[in-house]
Every structure is written in C-alpha cells, then in structure tokens.
Design a protein around this ligand. Structure first.
Ligand SMILES: Nc1ncnc2c1ncn2[C@@H]1O[C@H](COP(=O)(O)OP(=O)(O)OP(=O)(O)O)[C@@H](O)[C@H]1O
Ligand SMILES: [Mg+2]
Length: 607
C-alpha cells in the first residue's frame, strides 16, 4: 500500500485459530527436522521404550517416523495428545518443580502437527487393537480410527513445513538436515544406554545401537557414537559428593581437539548446554591443555530433580541449577582430580593395546598414594619459593639431589617408564621398559615436575596474603561493590581483603603475596566479575599458576645439559609420581612409547 494512502483501518481483536496459535508455538520448538526427531525420541523415552526405530527420508524433510515399544496412549486420550497444553507428565505446579520426565510442556506434538502432516498410531499393552489419530482444518479437529499396530506408538511426520513457507526457506540441503538429525540421534543414544536404537535413512540402515548394560557394552556404544579413538584416549570417572554424582568419560589432555565438537553433557539424562558447566570443565583442563585446544567428554551429572529447573527455555537445552556454585565447584574438583591422577601406566595400557596411538591411555589411578614433595625428600619450602618469586631470580630445582633408583635386579618389577639407557642430542632421554622404547622430552618433563611441586608447596597452607602499604581505592559498579561485600569471606580465602567505602567504591587492603607485583586493581575487577557471573573465581589461582609455570620453565633442565644415568632414572621416577606428568605446562606430551611391535614393523620383522 502506498505511504500516502489513508490511515489503515483498525483491525478488531479476535482469537487465533488453533492451528495458527500452534504454528506460532512451533516457531520456538520446531526449528528444523532435527527438532522433530528430538521431540519424538523424548516422547518414546518418556513412555519407557526399550527399543526405538527411526526411519528418515530425504534428510527428514519428506519423512520422519519414530516407532517405539513403550506404554502407548489410550484410545480416549489420543485426540488430546495432539492438543496444546495437554500432557500426561505433570498436573500441578509442584510436579513442575521436580520434573523427572524429558517432556512436560504438553505442546510438542501439537506444534509439529500444525506444521506437517502428522499421524500417530498407538496401542497400550492391554488393548486389543491400535488406534490412529490425525488432525484437520484450522481448528485441528482430531479424527480417530482403528489401525493395526503392536503395543507401542508410531508417529509419522511427513512434509515438514509444507504449510509454512517462511520456515521451509530456512531448511538447508537434505545432507545438512540429515547431519543435524544424525548429531541429535547420537546425542540421545548416549543419554540412554539401556535403550536400543535402529536408524534408517532413505531405506538404508545407518545405525544400529544395541542396548548397552555392562561397562564393556557402554564403552562400545560410546565408541560407536564418538569414534574408537575417543574411548581409547579417555579416563573414566565416577564421583559422588554432596548429593551430586558425576560419571562418564573425559579425554586425556593429549587427545584434545581443535573444535569443541566432541562434548556431551547430560543433566539427569537431558543433554544440555550451559555456561557454568563449560566454565567448570575449562577450568579443570586449564593447566593441562595446549593453548586453544578443546577437551572431549561424555559426562553425566545426576542430582535431585528439585535442585535443577528445566523450565527455562521451550527447547529445554538449558537448565538452571538452584545452587550453581556447588555444582560448579563439584564439577571442577571431580574433573581436576581425575586429570591429575592420570599416570604413565594408564597411558601405557592403551598405547600397547592400540599401537597406532602412542598417546593412548585410559583408566583411573586409584591405588598409588600421592606423596607430597616434602615426603619425597626434595624440593623447596614455600618460603624459598616465595623468596624466589619475589626476587624473580633464576632458580634451578636440583636434579641430582633426589634419591636415585637402585640398579635393576632380575626379580624386581620394572617401573612403568622403565630405566634410562641414553640421552639423545641433549634433548631426549631414551629408556627401556617392559613394552619397548620410551622417549622422554627431558625439559618438558622436568618443567611439569618442578611446576607441580611448586604448586603443591604453595597451596599446602592456603594462599598467603600481605597488606598493601597504601590501600588502593577502586571505582566499581554498585552490584560489584555489593558482590565484594557479600563474598567477603570467599575473597579472603583467596588472599584478597576488600572494604566497601561507598556505594560505588571499594578499597583493596590486602593481596596475595605471590601477586603483589601485579596490577591489583585489574585483578580485583576481574575477580569480582567472575564472582558476579559464576559465584566463584579462579583468577588468583590462574595468575599464581602462570607465575609458577614461568618459574618452572626457567628452573628446569635446559637442552644440552648432560645428565647421568642415575639423574635420568630419577627424573623417570618423578614423572611416575607426579600429577599431570604426561603433559608439559603448555599441554604438549612429555613422553611417548614405541612398543617392540611398532619397532618390529619398522624393520619388517616377522613379516
Ligand atoms: N511415544 C509415545 N508413547 C506414549 N505416549 C506418548 C508418546 N508420544 C506422546 N505421548 C503422549 O502424548 C502427550 C503429548 O506429547 P507432547 O510431546 O506433545 O507433550 P509432552 O511430552 O507431555 O511435553 P513436551 O511438549 O514438553 O514434549 C504426552 O504427554 C504423552 O502422554
Ligand atoms: Mg514431548
């Protein structure tokens, strides 16, 4: 209409048709074929299915069919199943606060039915026949008729978005949509090991996931979904504390990825994306991952449903934890601990089983107690370290002063990294162990050991702080000032003492000794912004670790230093005892194994 024409006629208010209001709701939950697959699979899982068949045609654009052997729907309830605001999963507000099912909004099927041709056939276990329901017209009137089907439910969705051209335009190619569906199915297959899934695309079987009960079967499914290299390079974890349980598999730092594409996190069986979770995991890997790389993981967090709000977003990809700090700290410490516990023998098991990958490894390290640096009879006291840091003088951890392994006798067990036989070009240590040859990057290994010892010595009795001669006043926002006040105790544990001076001013009275030469104002701002966002901060530790890491790098054996055999053996023994010794402070591997098999292959022996 041209702009100059008379004012538009005022439209009258009227109720939208059922279909149109469902189509509007569909805008939120049904973004593309993969969203339909997600909703249908979740319904099948909620119905207690043990086996689900998924048939797709043309990337799901032409057909998505999900068939299950779950509890089915009674004939009289069938028309309601396609109605918005109709659900069997919750009935009052209190239920919403403890949702244990994947669905609860009662709108997925109504939404999907409004933008596709949907037919649902269902039969309960005790019914003698199946019934079919579909909807028609603007008001989506349901028509029910008899059908043939075994107990369970079959939902067929054809021609998605045939009646909503705007949405249809946003669909990508068949392959792209199929890829998204495939990712979704993998994600869901990892959420329920006990359920079997069969997937066909254009009449071709693409996945068969058998129900996985035993640990070996579960590992097999993870391997099917994430690839065999992942499962061979992971540590499995299972930890419980304060009513929270975290279990699953996390990659060894040496198996990092250039993209954050192999990360699966589930809260009570629901795949979610969450900033707090990402942050906690990143923090746990901070010290071991090569810069810019991403860890891979499949992790399951289980907690009382009342402690997590799932009613945050229509797609349910997000949750809100009632006690986010508790969850964050639990995730961090559980993962941090597991990564620290990776020892040479764990990596060796896999390296030998899987000769392709010298960095392979798996399993936890439960039975060797970690000896503190003092018990090991070497190292520096924290006062010494602080003095070193204060003066930033060059510092060398005395390599030769450590107890040296006695020469090997026949009945003695060979340690995992074996015994040194030579030094190569002043850079590598060559050692012989049970499986063959071990090559150690001497500087990288020593650097990690020195660093871990320094950290342990530093944190034995907390972060020591020191008053500033002249307190520094900092202008902050009111919420930052409030935050400083509310978290006074937590901040003091970090060595920071802050005092409120006005609505938007605080003063810094005390800072950690080790950070006294850094920019206190910037440090406080960063820490407060962490607290506002995550309810906690790891800046101080991160800064401290950075400084210690630099110190360790300077203090470690340099290339071209000739080591004696006992010195080399002593380094190997330290590596076996030290946390995270498989990677240097920058996340690069410190040693590799070449098995006799691999060496034989090089010389074509036994061919
Ligand atoms: N595969 C199925 N087996 C048995 N019942 C089903 C199945 N799919 C749907 N239903 C029934 O239909 C109802 C409506 O399903 P719909 O997906 O629309 O809503 P919901 O799952 O309750 O909530 P949400 O919108 O959050 O998914 C469910 O509450 C359930 O009772
Ligand atoms: Mg549902």
């Amino acid at each position: 209409m041209p702009a100059s024409s008379s004012a538009p006629k005022r439209a009258r208010i009227h109720l939208l048709s059922q279909r149109l209001s469902n189509q509007i709701a569909a805008g939120e939950v049904v973004e593309r074929p993969a969203s339909v697959v997600k909703e249908l699979l979740e319904n099948s899982l909620d119905a207690g299915a043990r086996r689900i068949d998924i048939d797709l045609e043309k990337g799901g654009i032409k057909l998505i069919r999900v068939r299950d052997d779950g509890s089915g729907v009674e004939k009289d309830d069938l028309p309601l199943a396609l109605n918005r605001h109709a659900t069997s999963k919750i009935s009052e507000l209190d239920d919403l606060e403890h949702v244990a099912s994947l669905g609860f909004r009662g709108e997925a099927l109504a939404s999907i039915a409004s933008v596709s041709r949907l037919v649902m056939i269902s039969r309960t276990p005790d019914a003698s026949e199946a019934w079919k329901v579909e909807t028609e017209g603007r008001d989506m009137a349901a028509s029910v008729s008899p059908a043939a089907h075994p107990p369970g439910t079959n939902v067929e969705v054809r021609d998605l978005f045939f009646n909503t051209p705007a949405r249809r335009k946003f669909m990508r190619t068949e392959q792209t949509e199929y890829k998204r569906i495939d990712d979704m199915i993998r994600r869901i297959a990892l959420s329920r090991f006990d359920v079997g899934f069969n997937v066909t695309h254009n009449q071709r079987l693409v996945h068969r996931y058998e129900p996985a009960i035993s640990e070996a079967e579960q590992r097999r499914r993870v391997s099917q979904v994430c690839g065999p290299a992942f499962i061979d390079n992971t540590v499995s974890i299972d930890m419980e504390a304060s009513g929270l349980r975290l279990w699953g598999w996390v990659s060894l730092p040496t198996f990092s990825r250039s993209q954050a594409d192999l990360q699966h996190f589930y809260v009570n069986g629901r795949a979610i994306r969450d900033k707090l979770v990402t942050h906690a995991i990143k923090q746990a890997y901070r010290d071991v991952l090569y810069h810019g790389r991403h860890p891979a993981f499949v992790l399951y967090l289980e907690l009382d449903p009342a402690l997590v709000d799932v009613n945050v977003h229509p797609t349910k990809h997000e949750v809100r934890f009632r006690d986010s700090r508790l969850v964050h700290d639990f995730l961090f410490s559980a993962l941090h601990r597991s990564l620290a516990d990776v020892r040479p023998e764990d990596r060796l098991e896999a390296a030998v089983a899987e000769p392709e990958s010298a960095f392979a490894g798996s399993g936890g390290f439960a039975d060797t107690a970690y000896a503190s640096p003092r018990q090991q009879g070497f190292g520096l006291s924290r006062t010494q370290i602080e003095a070193q840091i204060a003066s930033f003088a060059d510092f060398t951890a005395p390599l030769g002063e450590r107890p040296v392994m006695p020469a090997q006798t026949d009945d003695e067990e060979i340690p995992p990294l074996g015994y040194a036989i030579a030094q190569l070009h002043g850079i590598y240590i060559l050692a012989q162990n049970e499986h063959g040859l071990v090559v150690v990057d001497m500087h990288a290994a020593h650097e990690r050991i020195t660093y871990e010892h320094m950290k342990a010595a530093m944190s034995e009795d907390g972060i020591r702080s020191q008053p500033l001669l002249v307190p520094v006043s900092v202008a902050v926002s009111e919420s930052e000032a409030d935050c400083a006040e509310e978290n006074r105790e937590a901040l003091e544990q970090l060595g920071l003492s802050l005092e409120r001076q006005g609505p938007e001013t605080i003063s810094i009275r005390q800072v950690p000794v080790i950070l006294k030469s850094s920019d206190a104002e910037q440090l406080v701002r960063d820490v407060l912004s962490d607290f506002l966002e995550h309810g906690t901060s790891d800046r101080i530790e991160a800064h401290r670790d950075e400084i210690l890491s630099t110190m360790a790098c300077h203090g470690s054996v340099r290339a071209n230093r000739q080591l004696t055999i006992p010195e080399m053996n002593s380094l190997l023994r330290d590596m076996e005892r030290t946390e995270r010794s498989g990677q240097c402070n920058h996340g690069r591997p410190t040693w590799v194994q070449m098995s006799m098999n691999e060496l034989d292959k090089l010389f074509m022996r036994g061919k």
